[in-house]
Design a binder for this molecule. Sequence first.
Ligand code: ZN
Ligand code: ZN
Length: 332
Amino acid sequence: MHAMLLARPGEPLKWTELPDPAPGPGEIRVRVLACGVCRTDLHVVDGDLPQPKLPIVPGHEIVGRVAAIGPGVTDFAIGERVGVPWLGATCGHCPYCRDGRENLCDTPLFTGYTRDGGFASHTIADARYCFPLGEDGDDAGIAPWLCAGLIGWRSYRMAAEGGRDRNFALGLYGFGAAAHILAQVAIWQGRRLYAFTRAGDGAAQDFARSLGAVWAGASHEMPPEPLDAAIIFAPVGALVPLALKAVRKGGRVVCGGIHMSDIPAFPYALLWEERKVMSVANLTREDAREFLAIAPKADVHCTVARYPLDRANEALADLRDGRLQGAAVLVP
Ligand SMILES: [Zn+2]
Ligand SMILES: [Zn+2]
């Protein structure tokens, strides 16, 4: 097999030939058809996240086909199309796992961070954390569902818990892969969607409007009505006070990323009146089952930029520099 391998954070990924991996008990070998590039991959490559497995094959939005099955796996057949997400494994017995919050497991494994991921021709995955994808939809078009879609969904559920349902005004800060997927689901559900981008990013604002956003503007602007909730996907802490300012009394601000720059000090008045700031960490398998069922109903279509596997560094650079509309996807 071959892979784009990160030896040390801060270095470019290197094309590497590796022996074909054999699946152990409970594992499957997946031939990768497409793997999305997520902002978290950038954080891994840039060294923003503590203690990655090194060397590591990044990538946790994997669409592939089962190529080999380890002992004890009964849920999957050879050739079946599957998705491999960020949550690679959990312990099953810590207080969080027992409480239905496996996303907070004390000893988890994360695909492309603490176990090898999908920037490769093949990968090994724990079958219990993989999902059947059926045959509908294009491989590259579905790949971003596996993280951008799932994390967006979990963030959205948290945001909506504080809302008035039908009459809901939702703001999305940072209109990249996660936002462009979630926008389609939220609009399909009848929410009014407000998109906030970097000042002057007319292309992203047009993109948001083309998907049905009722308003799109710069992140420092106030929307024409107070928001019921806001989700921040951009890794920019300065957006937290801006989003708090934009939400109504009792509104929620959900931070959807794994890493953010520092949040600047802000007046208590922005938090007063029961506004809430919260973060979303990882995903549960339940989140995935819900989202993978709802996305086809909402007719979610990802706008993707395809890159051959050996151009992974270019895809990462384009994401870092904000040159993408939608999601970057590597195709081996
Ligand atoms: Zn656990
Ligand atoms: Zn991700």
